[in-house]
Write a protein that binds this ligand. Structure first.
Ligand SMILES: NC(=O)c1ccc[n+]([C@@H]2O[C@H](COP(=O)([O-])OP(=O)(O)OC[C@H]3O[C@@H](n4cnc5c(N)ncnc54)[C@H](OP(=O)(O)O)[C@@H]3O)[C@@H](O)[C@H]2O)c1
Length: 171
């Protein structure tokens, strides 16, 4: 099972200047809860934006640089290699009756290449827009994706915008 997970704005904004566009602590907690114990696959730029390996997860970083090395991550040179590697040493799945879930966590380049491989999307829709965003999530086409879960939240003292945790599954 391959899942994509992202927090996006009204126009599918993902990032700006190699960073997140908005700071939404409750979304970071949701991301941590969903991905902990799993393999997480990311592009080299997203890894560098995060700045360190994420604990309790197998961190798999995709780059074309054959000399790229950092402590506590696995470096691979294609999306296919990343997925094969995640599949070879699966961690136990928290979902009864399902195989291991592998999370692809971005950014734009990696989401574009993996959208057609994914079976599930965890999307946090942030009710905000930013004209200066420079990376975007691919279009979520309604005839392809069915929203199976929708949890709306109002902004609060920690989270400056209304947001919705949506889960989509491929139809
Ligand atoms: N809102 C969210 O949920 C979210 C999630 C993730 C990321 N982001 C944001 O997204 C932005 C980064 O996205 P991005 O599209 O610029 O970068 P990215 O997808 O994170 O990384 C791109 C890099 O991945 C490597 N790569 C991509 N395709 C490859 C392939 N087929 N084979 C080998 N290597 C490949 C290349 O690394 P080399 O250049 O080293 O060869 C490429 O430069 C940041 O602003 C980040 O904060 C947002």
């Amino acid at each position: 099972m391959i899942s994509l997970i992202a927090a996006i704005g009204k126009n599918n904004e993902l990032g700006k200047n190699n960073n997140l566009v908005w700071s939404m602590p409750t979304d970071l907690k949701y991301f941590r809860e969903k991905t902990s114990g799993h393999a997480v696959i990311m592009g080299r730029k997203t890894f560098e934006a995060i700045g360190r390996p994420m604990p309790n997860r197998r961190n798999i970083v995709i780059t074309r640089d054959k000399n790229y090395k950092k402590e506590s991550i696995e470096v691979v040179h294609s999306l296919e290699e990343a997925i094969n590697s995640a599949r070879t040493s699966p961690l136990p799945s928290p979902y009864k009756g399902e195989g291991e879930e592998i999370f692809i966590i971005g950014g734009e380049e990696i989401f574009k290449q993996s959208m057609n491989l994914a079976e599930r999307l965890y999307i946090t829709h942030i009710d905000a827009e930013d004209k200066k965003a420079d990376t975007f999530f691919p279009e979520i086409i309604p005839i392809v994706w069915n929203e199976v879960s929708h949890e709306a939240h109002k902004k609060d003292k920690d989270n400056p915008y209304d947001y919705t945790f949506s889960v989509y599954e491929r139809i």
